[in-house]
Design a protein around this ligand. Structure first.
Ligand code: SF4
Length: 424
């Protein structure tokens, strides 16, 4: 474990401790579970092992009645030993898939640990296959490997690949890209709010179909909806876009400041902003009040999984009265997470990275009322009498925006209420 002070390329983050050791997180392939639902004309072909296929199948569930839009091209022992030409095999699998599924317009070749270990060049494969199926399908590569990354970083890699495909714009007129997957219902709510504020044109990335890729250029302003979109944001900045500095839209305050930051950049008068958000804020505060009764004063620890940990802890502490004990994040982005770290204030143990055994020792000593962790740790911790919340549920659920603030708080209140109900 190492204490960190000033970080190159970013702001100081005193009090953040880096840990290295064994990690207990899902890999980036998991993000396919929500990405394939979001982008409806895309197909995700994992180039991986049987382990990758099992992970995907169990994380996404078996779709018996629908044709799934993801699959695994399994590398066999001969491929892994370098005895077969994997490229030929991959081309055959892709050709068969495209012949069987003519509706696929965007095919993502998703790299895995095995494909990276044998150095299978998916960039070249994607170029070759795009040329072979010219005009019919766009083939794009990205990595979902778990060698270095956690599960939400799979989306960041996916978005970074998409950014390279965006058409260039020379238009200096401002337009907005909201970056990071949001549930459709949340996206629609935000679109209505931006309309009422007079902010536009607004694009969401990823879009619902590959035909809706937004243009990018000097007029583009980027508003991150998810904290795990750092690489994609940097890719947009390289293409001329400017990032709007804002917290993430979780809870009433996060959402208010997120909209306020966009309103400031687009020259929306304060009175107009206040009149648009007044009613949604009142509804959100009323919904939060009910959950506050359960959550107030309760101690919470976050194990590092999704990069949502800091903004969630900020929301739970400031708006629900919870007391974060330890907040761990798999990766602290020095450029984009400093604001959330500052909003948390002092007196909270902040950790970047993971050494799972050391972390579990601290957790057992702290015994918080609630622990947010991955699926693999939840059951053993429950057996030790600790209440848990699955971190992955927070990525799958619609939690952003005013209308979801009460539901977000309820996700944390539910395990505590259940525990009280079951007490004898
Ligand atoms: S990509 Fe790596 S970590 Fe993920 S399932 Fe495949 S082998 Fe496991």
């Amino acid at each position: 474990m190492t204490e960190t002070g000033n970080h190159p390329g970013g702001r100081a983050c005193a009090g953040l401790t880096q840990e290295q050791g064994q990690r207990q997180v899902f890999c980036g392939l998991t993000s396919i579970v929500w990405l394939h639902r979001k982008m409806r004309d895309a197909f995700f072909l994992v180039v991986g092992s049987r382990t990758c296929a099992h992970l995907l199948q169990s994380a996404a569930g078996v779709m018996i009645f629908a044709e799934p839009r993801f699959a695994t091209a399994v590398l066999g022992d001969r491929d892994l030993a370098g005895m077969a030409d994997c490229n030929e095999e991959l081309d055959r699998v892709v050709n068969e898939l495209l012949a069987r599924r003519p509706e696929i317009r965007n095919l993502f070749l998703v790299g895995s640990c095995p494909s990276e270990v044998i150095k299978l060049d998916l960039d070249k494969a994607a170029e070759r296959l795009t040329a072979a199926h010219q005009g019919r399908v766009r083939v794009l590569p990205y990595s979902g490997s778990g060698l270095e990354t956690t599960f939400t970083q799979g989306e960041d890699q996916f978005l970074t690949t998409l950014v390279e495909q965006l058409p260039a714009s020379t238009d200096a007129e401002p337009s907005l890209i909201v970056l990071g997957t949001l549930a459709d219902v949340v996206e629609d709510q935000f679109r209505r709010l931006f309309d009422q504020l007079g902010i536009g044109p607004v694009h969401f990335l990823p879009p619902r179909t590959g035909d809706e890729l937004p243009p990018v250029g000097p007029g583009t302003r980027v508003l991150q909806a998810q904290p795990f979109t750092g690489e994609a944001t940097r890719a947009l900045i390289r293409r001329g876009a400017e990032r709007i500095d804002a917290p993430y839209p979780l809870g009433v305050e996060g959402t208010r400041q997120w909209l306020q930051a966009a309103a400031g950049v687009f020259g929306v008068p304060d009175e107009r902003l206040e009149s648009v958000i007044e009613a949604p804020i009142a509804r959100a505060r009323a919904a939060l009040e009910r959950q506050r009764e359960v959550l107030s004063g309760k101690r919470i620890t976050f194990l590092p999984d999704s990069q949502l940990e800091l903004p969630l802890a900020r929301f739970l502490s400031a708006e629900c009265g919870m007391q974060p004990v330890e907040v761990a994040t798999p990766y602290f982005d020095r450029e984009f997470h400093g604001r959330e770290r500052d909003a948390l204030g002092d007196g909270i143990r902040l950790i970047e990275g993971q050494d799972v055994d050391a972390q579990l020792d601290r957790l057992r000593a702290d015994r918080p009322d609630l622990t947010v962790c991955g699926l693999g740790l939840a059951n053993p911790l429950e057996a030790e009498g600790l209440r848990t919340k699955w971190s992955i549920e927070l990525v799958f659920s619609p939690i952003q925006g005013f209308e979801q603030a009460g539901d977000l708080a309820e996700l944390f209140a539910r395990p505590l209420v259940r525990h009280e109900t079951l007490k004898v």
